[in-house]
Write a protein that binds this ligand. Structure first.
Ligand code: SF4
Length: 222
């Protein structure tokens, strides 16, 4: 644990056991250390079949496992059922980021998280997804609450992980740990759109596995 100053966190209904859906190490680093600092007993649930290609998926997952191991946090490595993700994304290939394809993507990931929480006795679920400034926090919270709603005794914790300095600590931790720095949100369509944007700016396409947070780097996406 480092010496960063954080608020004391209290999950809904004073619960102490939480299932944390994690999208990647840079986004979950601060969430993880904040929960550890508040003495919350949590498990990471890594379910992100949206990430494409598989090499990028493994880069992000392995980085998250490395950090979980460092803190002794349990890590559930869930399915990479990308065929189901592509089936649900059908017809939404050209939707913009933060649109209906992203709602589907959050819904799918949170539905599986809620099911796991229900089956394994977690009264609270939450996610690292909302800490990224590139995401629509209200959209994510709506999806989280919708996923938890069918299960009695399960709450979605919609804490704003950006506040109280969380957004800045996310970058500090990423640099300290030299996390892999992804250049796009995750799916093949976000990779395509990022490369279109880069080409329009005269930049070269994304190269997987190339960038890692360093002292001089900034957050690109999460
Ligand atoms: S842009 Fe990101 S959130 Fe939206 S569908 Fe693609 S991977 Fe999911």
């Amino acid at each position: 644990m480092n010496d960063l100053v954080r608020p004391v966190l209290t999950p809904p209904d004073g619960q102490r056991k939480v299932l944390l859906h994690s999208c990647c190490a840079p986004c979950s680093g601060e969430v993880m250390e904040a929960m550890l600092a508040s003495g919350i007993d949590y498990t990471i649930f890594f379910y992100n079949p949206n990430i494409h290609p598989e090499r990028e998926y493994l880069l992000r997952k392995d980085e998250n496992i490395r950090f979980a191991d460092k803190h002794g946090v349990p890590f559930v490595d869930a399915d990479y059922d990308k065929d189901n993700w592509f089936a649900r994304a059908k017809g939404m290939e050209w939707e913009p980021e933060r649109g209906i394809r992203c709602t589907m993507c959050f819904d799918m990931r949170f539905e599986r998280t809620a099911l796991y929480a229900h089956e394994h006795g977690f009264p609270v679920m939450t996610s690292s997804l909302g800490i990224s400034r590139w995401k629509n926090m209200a959209q994510i919270n709506d999806c989280g609450k919708r996923a938890a709603a069918p299960y009695d005794g399960l709450s979605y914790w919609e804490y704003n992980w950006r506040k109280g300095g969380g957004a800045a600590r996310m970058i500090e931790i990423s640099k300290r740990e030299e996390f892999y720095q992804q250049e796009y949100c995750g799916c093949v369509y976000s990779l395509r759109d990022t490369n279109i944007h880069r080409r329009n700016q005269g930049r070269s396409p994304v190269v997987l596995g190339e960038n890692y947070y360093r002292e001089a780097s900034e957050n690109k996406d999460g």
